[in-house]
Every structure is written in structure tokens, then in C-alpha cells.
Design a protein around this ligand. Sequence first.
Ligand code: NDP
Length: 287
Amino acid sequence: EKPSLALLGLGAMGSALARTWLAAGHPLTVWNRSPARAAALAAEGARVAGSAAEALAANSLVIACLLDDDSVGEALAGTDLDGKDLVNLTTSTPAQARARAAWARERGGRYLDGTIMAVPPMIGVPEAGGYVFYSGSPELFERHRETLAVPAGTTYVGEDAGFAALHDVALLSAMYGMFAGAAHAFALIRNEDIDPASLATLLADWLVAMAPSVHRTADHLKSGDYTKGVVSNLGMQVAGTPTFLDTAEQQGVSPELLVPYFALMRRRLDEGGGDEDLTGVVDLLAR
Ligand code: NDP
């Protein structure tokens, strides 16, 4: 007999999660604010609770996958968390996650925060590589590890309940930087006789080839020696920036995505970082 659990929230993500637990044979109680979404899952074998409190009463493991932190507060208002293991897969900030963990503990519950690094079609598809960052109660994570691994991979990042949200935002922030760079690259060829598909192939390979440089950045940050293993020093890189800005101008492309990064590179160079590569920018941002 697989462990039973309750799931609060049957939006696009909650419904995808629910189906994987049902398919794996876990007795599942579901609750959704609007009852219509629960009816679809009842047909697939879920028990439907008439309220969040009713879903909690029948299960010690409770998963919430709601819109935002406010909706978690609303859905769980007045419910009894004593002895419950609450896993909150609702996107929140680190501060919201920490406050929600304290809130759950005050009510006698254990708390694990989770951030989902996947879109609904990747849930229940191990080959898709989706996973969930977890942080908070290590006991809760260990106890329910197998159940939590049903919809997607699990990566535990620490006892601080805010760390899952922090890792999520760190990864997605880097992703937006990559998207910004790709947008600039496509803009450069926008009005030329160059096939965007051929540029896309080159770009994807180039970004993959460059990605491992983050390990050198980590090495610098840990050792404090930002010149170790540097192959393209900052002095040379800053000297090259006019080529990027002039090319953008010649192509009629706004440099607005590049300018702030180049300004940080220049500032680090002016502070004496000419023999480093780009690690020093981290400290300019984190000051
Ligand atoms: P949806 O918008 O599809 O669903 C939102 C869910 O929250 C619904 O079940 C809705 O209920 C419920 N809800 C909203 N407000 C309240 C409230 N005040 N009280 C009770 N229930 C409420 O969102 P998703 O399912 O896509 O996302 C859920 C979480 O998963 C979010 O935090 C999202 O950031 C995260 N996530 C989503 C991803 C995605 O690609 N979809 C990817 C990674 C994370 P009702 O049906 O009654 O409106």
C-alpha cells in the first residue's frame, strides 16, 4: 500500500501532479476552490474533499500547489496543522517561504518548501528532466522522499525554508540573462539575409559551450583569487566592447541590453580588475 496524501490546488500544475500520484497508486484526496476541476480527477480515482480542512483531516502529508502565497494563507486559514507534514509547491519569495515555515511550525506542523523547475507537460515524464527544489524540514523530506519523487526529480538544498525559492530565482534569473543575449543576437541579423534557424543552431551550441564557465566563477568566488585560470582578461574584454556597440549601431539595433553589463565590466576594470575575467561583476552587484 502506497502512502496516502492530500493535494490542495488543481490548476494546470496541481492537476498534472495529481495524475502522477494516482497513476502510481497513491490514495489521493484533492481539494480545489472551484469544484469543477476536482470532478475531472474524481473520474480518475481521486477522493474529493469538500474543504481544505476535510482534505487535511484524512491525511498527514499535505501538498499545496496554489497560485501564490496569499492563496496558501487563505486556503489553510483556520485549518488544523497539528502533526501535519505540509509541502508547499506554490511559487513564493524566500521571505514568504520562511514566514510560511514559521507559520506552519507555530501551528504544530512540519514544513517543506518546494519550487518546481518544470512546466506541466514535464511532470511525470522523467526523461524531460524536470525536478523540484526542496528546502525546510529534513525529517519531512526524508520521510516522504519516495512519494515526492513520483511527479519529478527531487533536489534538497537545505534546512532554510527560503533556499528552494532562492535557487529557483537564481536559475531563472540566469535564464533571463541568456534570453536577453539571444534577443540581441537575433536583432543583429533581423534585417539581413541570414536564416534565423541557422543562427539558432549556432547560438544553442555556443551557449552550451560557454555555460561551463560558471564553474570557474564558482572556483574564483570560493578561493578569492579571481585571476586563476583566466584566459580572456577583463582589460582585453573591455577593449573589445566598442566593437559590440558599433556593430549594434550599424545594424540599427538598440544596445540597451548590453550597456548595463558593459558598464559593470568597465567599473571593475577601473577598480583594478584588469587581470581577472568577469567574476568581479558578482561583487559589484552583491555589494
Ligand atoms: P493555475 O493558475 O493553473 O492554478 C491556480 C490554482 O490556485 C487553482 O487551483 C486556483 O483555484 C488556486 N487558487 C488561486 N487563488 C486561490 C485562493 N485565494 N484560494 C484557494 N485557491 C486559490 O496555476 P498553476 O497550477 O499553473 O500553478 C500553481 C503553482 O505552481 C504556482 O505557484 C506556479 O507559480 C507554480 N508553477 C507553475 C508552473 C507552470 O508552468 N504552470 C511551473 C512552475 C511552477 P481555482 O481553480 O478555484 O481558481
